[in-house]
Write a protein that binds this ligand. Structure first.
Ligand SMILES: Nc1ccn([C@@H]2O[C@H](COP(=O)(O)O)[C@@H](O)[C@H]2O)c(=O)n1
Ligand SMILES: C[C@@]1(CO)OP(=O)(O)OP(=O)(O)OC[C@H]1O
Length: 160
């Protein structure tokens, strides 16, 4: 087995009224939430794709299809934990995760450490190995008009 593997993940979900905003397994108070088949936690989806990608295990939609009623309203934390179980079963151990949330609003800085702690718990790694960054889109395009939130994540795996 190669000594290490990197993974990358991306997600975007539309912001709509009448949905709770979930990011990194944490409810963020806001007047809109993300639309999706699951709880639409775009940050956990990007991290899920990063860990699956590093292990060459495909993507979130292959493991948890949005055509399957079992995942309607699903807790994305449960999906991430199951993805990590499959990554570990393939012989890999997670070293660290870095991520970015591109959100014109709300202000994420007050929530970043809560999100990091939640992700670390879901992944069963030290919080010092999880980083989450917030960015606006400088009011440009659909992200800048706060029509959606985009997320990006990278991770490192090593053999167990
Ligand atoms: N939703 C957000 C976006 C950004 N931040 C914080 O503001 C800093 C500057 O963001 P720019 O997009 O103007 O570069 C950024 O580094 C974050 O610390 C935030 O808290 N919530
Ligand atoms: C998580 C899943 C499954 O409920 O649905 P969504 O919440 O729509 O999320 P998306 O990032 O579009 O794709 C993954 C899906 O399989």
């Amino acid at each position: 087995m190669t000594p290490f593997r990197i993974g990358q993940g991306y997600d975007v979900h539309r912001l709509v009224e009448g949905r709770p905003l979930m990011l990194g397994g944490v409810h963020i108070p806001h007047d809109k939430g993300l639309l999706g088949h699951s709880d639409a936690d775009a940050l956990l989806h990007a991290i899920t794709d990063a860990v699956l990608g590093a292990a060459a295990l495909g993507d979130i939609g292959r493991h948890f299809p949005d055509t399957d009623a079992a995942f309607k309203g699903a807790d994305s934390g449960v999906l991430l934990q199951e993805a990590m179980r499959r990554v570990r079963a393939a012989g890999w151990q997670l070293v660290n995760v870095d991520s970015t949330i591109i959100a014109q609003a709300p202000k994420l800085a007050p929530h970043i450490d809560t999100i990091r702690a939640r992700i670390a718990a879901l992944l069963d790694i030290d919080v010092a190995c999880v980083n989450v960054k917030g960015k606006t889109n400088e009011k440009l395009g659909y992200l800048g008009r706060a029509e959606a939130i985009e997320t990006q994540a990278v991770c490192l795996l090593v053999p167990q």
